[in-house]
Design a protein around this ligand. Structure first.
Ligand code: PSU
Ligand code: MN
Length: 309
């Protein structure tokens, strides 16, 4: 059934009909995750990497109240230029954005939702939201974790930043039944670095193995998605001491300034970037490229499995 509020771009829709691979991409990373113009350049380069690896990109957003799976270059440029002027759209934001015909940049949560509505199974991003440090008292737990628990999309990321409590994030995912896979590693990567000190549930080493696990999750009739954590390539990883100090400073500032709610993650991301100069941005861009490539290959492997059945 076609969804009344969903617009799937013609190229994406043709690929899905033909059983060809498609990879979803989020837009909060464009509007709130990186500065202009690097955000637009990166978003367009990521689409290109997905094409080069044999899949069709579908960048997701809400434009004029329509849920979009696949954006034009102009729409990507608009989101990048407008930056934080666009609503950061999580699950709770969709009803009003749609009813009022507004724009929204989709987080991991809403990108998963819209990808699932469109029939897209693989989604590449940088980092996911999780359980924040101090969540024992603030109750700040990203809606991304709830979405992973209920929506059947594979999310390929570079782990989570230690602006979060990584141990509590893993506990939460365990409770919710979300498989956490390390790609070529048995340790959860920490976004800017390939190590966190925490183990993942399983290590898988090829796109085929990732696709098989996702296929089995569907065949078992399980709800929810799968989290694939793909370590940043060693040559782009940051010095753990440098990044830890920047994160500690950003966290202290957010506390001092009383930053709360949906502003927390964008505040921390922006401050870490400012404190480390351009270094963290360069790493951030490279890890997204790396995830896009793996997502395209995994989406292709998933299509091959589907054809065999
Ligand atoms: N973490 C990052 N980069 C990001 C985000 C998180 O390292 O760009 C964005 C993603 O869109 C993610 C959202 O879904 O922030 C989570 O926000 P919150 O913590 O408010 O749920
Ligand atoms: Mn939050």
């Amino acid at each position: 059934m076609k969804h009344p509020y969903l617009d799937v771009a013609p190229e994406v829709s043709r690929a899905l009909e033909d059983g060809r691979p498609v990879v979803a991409l989020e837009s909060t990373i464009i509007s709130h995750g990186m500065p202009y113009p690097q955000n637009v350049e990166t978003a367009l380069a990521v689409e290109e990497i997905i094409r080069r690896n044999g899949a069709v990109p579908a960048t997701v957003a809400v434009i004029g109240g329509r849920l979009k799976a696949g954006l034009t270059k102009e729409e990507i440029d608009y989101l990048g230029r407008t930056g934080a002027g666009v609503t950061k759209a999580s699950r709770r934001d969709l009803p009003v954005l749609v009813a009022k015909g507004m724009d929204g940049a989709t987080t991991v949560t809403t990108t998963m939702m819209i990808a699932a509505m469109a029939g897209i199974r693989v989604f590449a991003t940088g980092g996911i939201g999780g359980v924040h440090r101090g969540a024992e008292t603030t109750m700040d737990i990203s809606a991304d974790l709830e979405e992973l628990a209920q929506t059947p999309v594979m999310v390929i990321c570079a782990g989570a930043k230690s602006i979060l409590d990584l141990g509590l994030t893993l506990e939460y995912l365990e409770t919710k039944g979300v498989p956490v896979i390390g790609y070529g590693t048995s340790e959860l990567p920490a976004f800017y670095t390939d190590r966190s000190g925490f183990g993942v549930d399983y290590r898988l080493d090829t796109p085929e193995e990732l696709a098989q696990a996702f296929h089995a999750q569907r065949a078992l009739g399980l709800k929810g998605g799968m989290l694939v954590t793909n370590p940043i390539p060693a040559e782009y990883a940051m010095d753990p001491d440098v990044i830890d100090r920047a994160i500690a400073q950003a966290l202290a500032e957010s506390k001092e300034q009383g930053v709360r709610g949906k502003a927390t993650t964008p505040f921390l991301l922006a401050r870490v970037k400012e404190i480390t100069g351009g270094d963290s941005l360069a790493s951030n861009i490279q890890l997204v490229y790396n995830n896009a490539e793996l997502a395209a290959k995994t989406a292709a492997a998933l299509c091959r499995i589907q054809k065999e059945k």
